[in-house]
Design a protein around this ligand. Structure first.
Ligand SMILES: Cc1cc2nc3c(=O)[nH]c(=O)nc-3n(C[C@H](O)[C@H](O)[C@H](O)COP(=O)(O)OP(=O)(O)OC[C@H]3O[C@@H](n4cnc5c(N)ncnc54)[C@H](O)[C@@H]3O)c2cc1C
Length: 371
């Protein structure tokens, strides 16, 4: 597997422990969703035992490889009764002590129709892209958020296990979680495995996994960023197709751009994916060419980094937040697609509250039974 290298660092390594024989809660997946749930359980239910099981390293899935645009609404439109996602995102990170450096100063929605006449973004990309509106949100440093959440969980007594893949869950009482490092009994389980392990989560028939791509330019001068309409430091995403998103990096003026989806039939295809070859390499070549064609300031821009990461979508592009089809003691949070930066943390906390019996599931997010 070679998924390329994103520009930030995750400064956390789980301390080695023997796997306990039992835990009140087992969280599967060490991305934003699983970590937020674990850190929240550590915050509000410190007397309960919590184990987090991550197949690889913390943040090795989409969360450590994301574009990092935190937004208030998913691309598919608002979700009924979801509440204030960005407010809850910030509050959750602040409560657990993982909000360092969080600045949400707004994001440009750009489009090929109906752009603002005063807009400074004027890019050519199958039509002229201009700012359509500014929405709430902002770019976050995924490395800092992951590091903060993992440290918060660990500080509050959660036992985190890296390189520990969950192979199966026995739907007995208590549940038995079989992992590559042994088995543990758990009263409640959260499955937050995103693109991988669809069968474990009961999502094999109603969702699909993709691999999506990002590139980072070499740093641009302040004058070039201003020419591009990115002098404010705000990120952007297109409201219409072909899709494009990105953001200038706060520290050095390099600009991230992302687009493109590689279809994945199963976990083995994801594990074998190589950004330097095959379909992914072809899509990177197209993305490079597309970015260089947006504006004269980008015409010869060199690219410093290329990477990608896995995401899961519901067949109807829906998110999943439901009990597992085989047990009300197992909650599944998945299918956040390309909208998971804020939603993962917001819904991860909500999932923890569902495990604690403090809050019901939402009306949406149901998993169709695969009988
Ligand atoms: C290139 C890219 C750009 C993106 N840009 C944006 C953006 O700008 N804005 C936005 O809102 N969203 C964006 N997204 C989507 C967002 O990053 C994801 O929706 C979000 O990170 C999902 O978090 P998660 O915790 O649910 O999943 P992940 O971070 O993928 O975590 C799941 C974890 O589960 C682990 N796992 C899987 N199976 C098992 C198992 N059997 N046992 C144990 N562990 C297991 C995996 O190793 C992984 O670490 C982007 C994604 C990518 C890839």
């Amino acid at each position: 597997m070679n998924w390329g290298t994103p520009p930030w660092k995750i400064d956390f390594a789980a301390e080695p422990h023997p796997l306990p024989a039992r835990a009140d809660f087992a969280i599967v997946g060490g991305g934003f969703s699983g970590l937020a749930a674990a850190a929240w359980l550590g915050e509000v239910a410190r007397e309960r035992s919590v184990v987090l099981l991550e197949a690889s390293r913390i943040g090795s899935g989409a969360s450590g490889r994301t574009g990092g645009l935190a937004l208030a609404e998913p691309a598919e439109g608002p979700l009924e009764g979801v509440g204030d996602v960005l407010g809850g995102y910030r509050e959750t990170l602040e409560r657990v002590g993982a909000a360092a450096g969080l600045e949400l100063g707004g994001v440009y929605e750009i489009g090929r129709r109906g752009g603002r006449s005063d807009a400074r973004i004027v890019w050519e990309d199958s039509g002229t892209l201009r700012v359509v509106k500014e929405v709430e949100g902002g770019g976050v440093d995924p490395g800092e958020i992951l590091t903060g959440l993992a440290r918060a969980a660990s500080r509050s007594g959660v036992l985190l296990f890296e390189n520990t893949r969950v192979q199966a869950v026995e739907f007995s009482s208590p549940l038995v979680v079989h992992t590559s490092a042994g088995s543990l009994a758990a009263e409640r389980v959260l499955l937050a495995t995103n693109a991988e392990s669809a069968e474990l989560s009961g999502l094999a028939e109603c969702s699909r996994a993709k691999f999506t791509l990002a590139v980072l330019t070499e740093p641009l001068s302040a004058a070039k960023l201003a020419d591009l309409g990115l002098g404010s430091g705000k990120g952007f995403y297109t409201a219409d197709l072909p899709y494009l998103w990105g953001r200038p990096m706060r520290d050095d003026g390099s600009v991230m751009f992302g687009s493109g989806l590689v279809d994945l039939a199963n976990d083995a295809e994801l594990a074998a994916l190589d950004v330097d070859g095959g379909v992914a390499a072809g899509l990177f070549a197209k993305l490079d060419q597309r970015v260089r064609g947006l504006h004269p300031a980008l015409a010869n821009v060199p690219f410093r980094l290329r990477w990608g990461g896995p995401i899961r979508f519901g067949n109807e592009w829906q998110m999943f937040f439901d009990y597992h089809p085989r047990s009300r003691h197992v909650v599944v949070l998945n299918g956040l697609g390309g909208d998971g930066v804020s939603f993962s943390v917001y819904l991860g906390r909500w999932a923890a509250d569902v495990l604690l019996g403090r809050r019901p599931l939402p009306s949406w997010g149901k998993i169709a039974s695969e009988s």
